[in-house]
Design a protein around this ligand. Structure first.
Ligand code: AMP
Ligand code: TRP
Length: 355
């Protein structure tokens, strides 16, 4: 059985001078493991790319990555099977097109690794109704008689996703913090009740870029679940003309000075942030080089088009050869299974099940 050390006291801060997460015993040295999933509930946006996928791709040489399409999570509310199938394929192809590389990372579709559902049930047997009922997403969408039971138990599935891979860090956006905290609580409780079984993961906010806001309403995040015609949402697969049109219509303000001030000038600052993330400059420096809102929008559109075009080209190649994409995903699922299976067996044995 693996030795699991105590989690950092505040749940986030790395221990002084050491690795940021609990480690397996000294005889099991390995690089830090990162895991994240994206639910195929809409066509991926520029926010998904700049805030998540690009970061994941950049971290590949130094971290052992597990990245998956969380298709089971897309079934917690009413769903259309064909749309789910299409979006899962599209999302997976975009993972590869965005630079996730099987040479470094394990890339797979969640439902192809059955251990996720199995461990999820075991964790449901440790989670409390009270703590699941406190999850904000459930409080917002749930509590109606016809709410799917899976919306209530969904954090157990997410915890299983994470714990199955002895994950050290989980880079996710703000709305998922609570679920990662619950995952930590469940892992700690399990280890106390049944013996050291799981690595206790930590949240990694720093691994994500600041949020990209909706161009039409810069007070909310650019979301893949928005209506497909939403004017303020740039999709990774939007044609250059659509990208340029959406950015040219982005909400700004009644001033004319290009200044970085997220509080008072959220629309302008969002465009500056986008350029800054793409170019690696600070947004204040970007602002200093621009003299009008028209110029800001032209520069932003050019940067986004230049970023998305090569990804779209790779995406087109991948979907033109669907059997290759299927093979990549089968190989990813096989690697994921090989990692997940021993952890599942560990958990089953610890709980007293025949395995
Ligand atoms: P979601 O689309 O909310 O399921 O999020 C999937 C991943 O993309 C998470 O890691 C989020 O942090 C990231 N993400 C989603 N939308 C944005 C956004 N507008 N800006 C930055 N990151 C985002
Ligand atoms: N629930 C996450 C979201 O909606 C996606 C997700 C599922 C996930 N399982 C995960 C993220 C495990 C990180 C780790 O964005």
């Amino acid at each position: 059985m693996v030795k699991v050390t105590a989690p950092p006291a505040d749940g986030l801060a790395p221990p002084p001078g050491g690795s940021a997460s609990p480690q397996l015993g000294d005889d099991h040295p390995r690089s830090s493991r990162v895991l994240s999933g994206i639910t195929p509930s809409g066509s991926l946006t520029l926010g998904n790319y700049l805030g998540a996928l690009r970061r994941f791709a950049d971290g590949q040489p130094t971290h052992e990555g597990f990245f998956f399409v969380a298709d089971l999570h897309a079934m917690t509310t009413a769903h259309d099977p064909k749309r789910l199938r299409d979006l899962s394929t599209e999302t997976a192809a975009l993972f590869f097109a965005a630079g996730l590389d099987p040479q470094y990372s394990t890339i797979f579709v969640q439902s192809q690794v059955t251990a996720h559902v199995e461990l999820s049930y075991l964790l449901e047997c440790t989670a409390h109704v009270g703590e699941l009922g406190r999850m904000i997403q459930f409080k917002e969408k749930g509590r109606k008689p016809k709410t799917r039971a899976s919306l209530f138990t969904y954090p157990c599935l997410m915890a299983a996703d994470i714990l199955l891979y002895d994950t050290d860090t989980v880079p996710v956006g703000g709305d998922q913090d609570q679920h990662v905290e619950l995952c930590r609580d469940l892992a700690i409780r399990f280890n106390r009740s049944y013996g050291d079984t799981f690595v206790v993961p930590r949240l990694d906010r720093a691994a994500l870029a600041s949020r990209v806001a909706d161009l039409a309403d810069p007070t909310v995040k650019m979301s893949k679940s928005a209506d497909s015609r939403a004017a303020g949402v740039i999709r990774m697969l939007d044609a250059p003309a659509a990208v340029t049109r959406k950015i040219s219509r982005a909400v700004t303000d009644s001033e004319s000075a290009v200044r970085y001030d997220p509080e008072r000038k959220p629309g302008v600052s969002n465009l500056l942030d986008i350029i800054a993330v793409i170019t690696g400059e600070r947004p204040e420096v970007v602002a200093a080089g621009l003299s009008s809102y028209g110029e800001l929008k032209r520069v932003c559109a050019a940067a986004v088009v230049e970023t998305l075009t090569p990804i779209q080209r790779r995406y087109a190649d991948l979907v033109a050869a669907p059997q290759e994409l299927t093979a990549l995903l089968s190989a990813g699922a096989e690697r994921a299974r090989a990692q997940a299976e021993p952890v599942l067996v560990r958990a089953k044995q610890a709980m007293g099940l025949a395995s």
